[in-house]
Unconditional design. Sequence first.
Length: 145
Amino acid sequence: MNKIELLTAGAYQPGVYQLLSAIATAEIQTAVENAGWRFGHLDGRAIQSKADFLTAVAAVLHFPPYFGHNWDAFEECIQDLSWLSAPGYVLLYEGVAHFAQQQPAEWRTARAILTAAAAQWRAEGRPIYFLVREAADFRSHLEWL
């Protein structure tokens, strides 16, 4: 059983993790979808700013048209996801270093919102995992998976 299969089986507490495994994105998606969960993938090479990050997440998670492209709206949508109902969620963000190094304060805000969302979803009994994988020498100060 790989780490993603263990994750969907409940072996890890929902939250934000630095993914150290070299498992291919397609394999992650397959494992997540085989569990009946929703999978989203962010390509960090295209994310250089807060606006890029919010636009990318909104597209991947199919945020509703009323999404306001600001942190408050992001927090509201990431804690709702009623339009994307599933027993669990995995969002893989590859190349996080591009955004995190260029906009560290904005990345800290995003990470705080994602951490709070994972806690809220955990309390409601639906796990959500935000997995980040960097593309450069970057330490995200997250728990490893």
